[in-house]
Design a protein around this ligand. Structure first.
Ligand code: SAM
Ligand code: SF4
Length: 479
């Protein structure tokens, strides 16, 4: 196997420094707790994708190691961490307005520490904006510097000077930071970070660096540990999860399909999911491994983005609609019961009415169970944002509504087809917005409502589907 396989890891010296600062901060917090009689609280707020959710679990894990306890509101916190997203302008605006609301908390409690991290502040212009317009933010670090949280916190606490952590020259993988998981039965496992694809609309490669994979041994040990601790639903994460291994295992000697095949052999009662996949890396071998798997969910989230070859080319997606649909047909041939979901962007610069109609036709042909649909949002620094063929907002919104109408009919039909069938559902407990009723997710991530008991939370249940709606299924538990 290739000698390059350790290249993606942060050096032991850097990690030692992280752990030393963590210990110093822990000692400092112990003194502060002894003096005040109160354990310091940490509140972590997360915007954006599951990768950010997974990063926030590491931030919380590090904070607990430093002697903080998790609190459920910013008002109770001594440390607030805001983990931001930059994929669309809307996400950035939401994060900035939330940070704005923390100003009065800092005024009321000057010892409060506020840290901002994640994709938004990995961009230089946003870092500058926080520096000048939000003077009560104590420290900032980008996605390459998660491991530096203990150092920044310690330095700020001891020296009192605001800190703006520069991005590392190289984005590397930090193992062993500690993870405080939000759930006792659903877990996120980041298996790789970054992206090499440079889709012309997307900020991710600029704010998360190049692709780097974790060592397979580390991933397998983490998943095995989770299964042994009773986790039922494990999602392997990466911006481009199915290009796992290409950076460290050369010439395709170990691929994502190999990893999935090996993970599937772990004994236990659990389901493996993964996201997000790029169609160019959705190989037949991967689909075959899924089809033959014992624990692998028959769910493929395969973003298509557009049904027009002209738009796909301008997006730099590196496939045509025809190529995409051949992969989809192979998934359905091998797994007729698979759930397939996708991402679609409307209003990409230069998208004509014909291009948009090609996307509607593509939806009718692909018959996705569900889509995540996005109105194109220009991202500073990406090639598409520079194009002078930007689509007016009113046209984008009108197309978005038409897209939803077509997809909603397809989703409804696909959910109705499940009526009368019995599906395995992981119970998430009492639903928040459907009081008294329980909710859960199928292997295909469809939401299901049913009556159950509190003790069923975190367990797999067999649920007979009575009714399929556009966005949810309704059923009865079969004991
Ligand atoms: N790596 C994944 C892939 O290849 O599809 C997706 C990651 S991205 C964070 C999630 C989704 O956000 C994308 O699939 C795309 O549909 C959407 N997205 C990314 N940049 C966008 C932009 N500038 N405007 C609107 N939607 C965008
Ligand atoms: Fe963004 Fe494209 Fe990379 Fe997905 S594959 S993260 S859409 S650049």
């Amino acid at each position: 196997m290739s000698d390059n396989r350790k290249n993606a890891l942060l050096s032991p010296d850097v990690m030692r420094k992280t752990f030393d600062f963590s210990e110093k901060m822990r000692a400092l917090n112990a003194e502060r707790t002894a003096a005040s009689g109160k354990t310091l609280g940490v509140y972590v707020l997360t915007f954006g994708c599951q990768q950010n959710v997974a990063d926030s679990e590491k931030i919380l894990g590090m904070a607990l190691k430093m002697g903080y306890e998790s609190v459920d509101s910013p008002e109770k916190a001594d440390l607030i961490m805001v983990n931001t997203c930059a994929v669309r302008e809307h996400a950035e605006k939401k994060a900035l307005s939330t940070i704005g609301q923390f100003k009065h908390l800092k005024a009321a409690k000057p010892s409060l520490m506020i840290g901002v991290c994640g994709c938004m502040v990995t961009q230089e212009h946003r870092k500058e904006e926080i520096k000048h317009r939000y003077p009560y933010v104590d420290f900032i670090f980008g996605t390459s510097s998660l491991h530096r949280l203990p150092e920044l916190l310690y330095e700020k606490t001891v020296k009192g000077k605001r800190l703006f952590c520069p991005e590392e020259d190289e984005y590397l993988v930090a193992e062993g930071l500690g993870i405080e998981r939000d759930s006792t039965y659903r877990a996120w496992v980041s298996i790789m970070y970054g992206c090499n694809n440079f889709c012309s609309y997307c900020i991710v490669p600029y704010v998360r660096g190049r692709e780097r994979s974790r060592q397979k041994e580390d991933v397998i040990a983490e998943v095995r540990g989770l299964v042994e601790r009773g986790y039922r639903d494990i999602t392997l994460l990466g911006q481009n999860v199915n290009s796992y291994g290409k950076d460290i295992y050369k010439n395709g000697e170990y691929t994502f399909a190999d990893l999935l095949f090996e993970l599937d052999k772990i004994e236990g009662d659990y389901t493996l999911h993964f996201m997000t996949s790029h169609p160019k890396d959705a190989t037949r071998r991967l689909i075959d491994v899924m089809a033959g798997g014992k624990h692998i969910a028959r769910h493929f989230h395969l973003p298509m983005q557009s049904g027009s070859d002209a738009v796909l080319g301008a997006m730099n997606r590196r496939y045509t609609f025809e190529k995409y649909i051949r992969k989809l047909d192979y998934i359905r041939e091998k797994m007729p019961d698979a759930t397939v979901t996708s991402d679609i962007i409307v209003g990409f610069p230069g998208e004509t009415e014909e291009d948009f109609e090609a996307t509607l036709d593509a939806l009718r042909r692909a018959r996705f169970d569900m889509i995540y649909s996005f109105i194109y949002s220009p991202r500073k620094g990406t090639p598409a944002a520079e194009l002078d063929t930007q689509i007016p907002d009113a046209v984008k919104s009108e197309r978005f509504d038409r897209l939803l109408k077509v997809q909603n009919e397809i989703s409804l039909a696909s959910n109705r087809e499940l009526e009368g069938k019995t599906l395995r559902v992981l119970c998430d407990g009492r639903s928040k917005n459907n009081s008294g009723v329980f909710s859960g997710r199928t292997d295909g991530n469809k939401i299901v409502f049913f009556d159950a008991e509190d003790s069923d939370t975190g367990k797999f249940l067999n649920v007979k589907i009575e009714r399929g709606d556009t966005f949810a299924l309704y059923g009865t538990v079969i004991k």
